[in-house]
Design a protein around this ligand. Structure first.
Ligand code: CO
Ligand code: CO
Length: 356
């Protein structure tokens, strides 16, 4: 945490601002340790304030020892203005992709002696590389999802609804240490699996269905994200063929996920294999994304992924092929970029599985 404040202060200098106001939850969690749902951080070269209301004073004092906790009543702008004046802040950075236009206008009017300077990815650029401690938490989140997969294999059979499978996955993960699911659980069976983001529905699993499960857990604020595609009863030939292509593309992309490569270069490994097999137009999304306090964060592994991979980045590798009217296959693992051989966090089996 101390190191993170040092990095923030360096960025204040680099970006030529006197202080920064942090309002996005994942960002104030990352910098302060405070996990409550309402806080503003005001950080200058000398001071670090956490401004919150009476509900959170005790929790904030305990969780954010590097911050001076300030209580506000009624209007938070009055409290912030007071601090800005105390600190002689002439240029105040704010999170441009998080502050609403309404709030911006309000600040502009109330902080008349302070220039508001928009900042992009101010904290996100620090979060992109994970510390060992963060990787440990992510590993736990992945492990919970892995165990949930093993559990759900014995649960899926003809006659069960997608919604029941989603509920069982989430219940299992919570019972095994998750704070909750990291996003809305996807259970897409039969022809519904052709929808890459088919959240669980009332549809009943049929003999012969293909089922895509895409879900994850949150552990101490950190997310996991896994996709497995399985078969119920038997596998149709065409879907079997697609499964093998997706698995091959996924394994090759994993092998090519090096430090120093761009997200686009890694994406192209899988995309070329899938395109060569004739399914290029059926892989309509990026290969992967960063995961951390947010389920989707930088860097992106996609045709527009310009960022260069660095050790300590945590990303997903998740190629897929989707055919309307037939079904779809996606396989997703999480990895840590680590020189020329990624550390693969996801351990759930990937060979074709037929249940029921
Ligand atoms: Co996913
Ligand atoms: Co994902």
């Amino acid at each position: 945490m101390e190191n993170r404040l040092i990095q923030v202060r360096q960025k204040l200098k680099d970006n030529n601002i006197d202080a920064i106001l942090i309002t996005k939850r994942q960002n104030y969690m990352y910098l302060s340790g405070f996990t409550g749902t309402s806080a503003h951080l005001l950080i200058s070269a000398e001071k670090a304030y956490l401004i919150t209301d009476f509900r959170y004073i005790e929790q904030a004092t305990r969780q954010a020892p590097l911050f001076e906790v300030v209580k506000y009543q009624g209007n938070i702008e009055i409290e912030i203005k007071k601090l800005l004046e105390e600190l002689f802040v002439k240029k105040l950075g704010f999170e441009a992709d998080h502050l609403t236009y309404d709030k911006y206008l309000c600040y502009k009017e109330k902080f008349e002696n302070t220039e508001l300077v928009p900042q992009k990815d101010f904290v996100e650029s620090l979060r992109i590389i994970k510390s060992d401690d963060e990787i440990e938490k992510i590993k736990k989140a992945v492990e919970i999802a892995d165990r949930a997969f093993e559990h759900i294999l014995n649960y899926i059979k003809p006659g069960i609804k997608e919604n029941e499978i989603a509920a069982e996955l989430e219940y299992f993960m919570k019972k095994n240490g998750a704070q909750g699911p990291s996003f809305e659980t996807i259970v897409a069976s039969g022809t519904r699996s052709a929808m890459p983001h088919g959240v669980a529905s009332e549809k009943v699993i049929q003999y012969g269905d293909i089922v895509t499960l895409d879900y994850g857990a949150i552990y101490e604020g950190y997310c996991s994200d896994i996709t497995r595609t399985i078969f119920v009863g038997y596998a149709q030939d065409k879907l079997k063929e697609i499964y093998e292509i997706v698995l091959n593309a996924q394994l090759k992309a994993l092998k090519g996920a090096f430090e120093g490569k761009t997200g686009r270069e890694i994406d192209s490994i899988a995309r070329e294999i899938i395109t060569k097999e004739g399914y290029g137009n059926n892989f309509g999304h990026g290969l992967g994304h960063g995961v951390g306090l947010e389920i989707h964060e930088e860097p992106r592994l996609s045709v527009s992924g310009e960022k260069v991979m660095k050790n300590g980045m945590v990303v997903t590798v998740e190629p897929g092929i989707y055919i309307e009217g037939l079904g779809g296959v996606r396989i997703e693992d999480m990895i840590v970029i680590n020189n020329d051989k990624p550390q693969i966090l996801t351990k759930a089996p990937k060979e074709m599985i037929i249940v029921g």
